[in-house]
Design a protein around this ligand. Structure first.
Ligand SMILES: CC(C)(COP(=O)(O)OP(=O)(O)OC[C@H]1O[C@@H](n2cnc3c(N)ncnc32)[C@H](O)[C@@H]1OP(=O)(O)O)[C@@H](O)C(=O)NCCC(=O)NCCS
Length: 117
């Protein structure tokens, strides 16, 4: 509920049907960070995550932000590959952050140029 009140959830719809969402927040209330991006399985590989990410980047650029952070579990190579493909670069790891002692890898993307998407 608080995320909705703060405008920190994007819902992507196709033909009035929700097909994906992106949750974001601000580290230390200042630094934009993707909590989660999710596209329904049957709707993947059609460019929809690119649409959601592009919208968030434009939204943040318009508010003066020039960098976006995100993260992924160390044992999940696909989300990591997605981040790299969409222009994120790895910027650090927090060891043991998740259940089972699994680390979390962090990513950063400069968003000052629309040419990056
Ligand atoms: C990762 C996820 C959001 C991708 O959504 P999608 O709509 O299928 O992705 P798109 O079709 O927009 O793909 C955009 C680009 O990324 C590429 N891509 C998609 N998934 C990829 C993957 N797992 N690894 C590498 N590249 C990938 C596509 O080939 C495409 O490249 P192109 O535009 O240069 O041709 C989706 O698979 C998902 O919801 N996964 C489960 C949740 C998750 O892991 N989220 C990410 C971490 S929070």
């Amino acid at each position: 509920m608080q995320k909705i009140q703060r405008d920190e959830i994007l819902i992507l719809s196709v033909n009035d049907q929700p097909v994906g969402h992106l949750w974001f927040s601000f580290l230390w209330s200042e630094i934009p960070f993707i909590d989660l991006i999710y596209i329904k399985e049957e709707c993947r590989k059609r460019g929809l995550s690119r649409v959601l990410l592009g919208y968030l980047e434009a939204y943040l650029q318009a508010r003066g932000f020039d960098v976006l952070y995100s993260s992924s579990q160390m044992d999940e190579p696909e989300p990591q590959a997605w981040h790299r493909h969409l222009g994120f670069t790895e910027c650090g790891v927090i060891a043991g952050l998740n259940d089972g002692g699994i680390g979390e890898v962090f990513f950063r993307k400069a968003i000052y140029s629309r040419g990056h998407y």
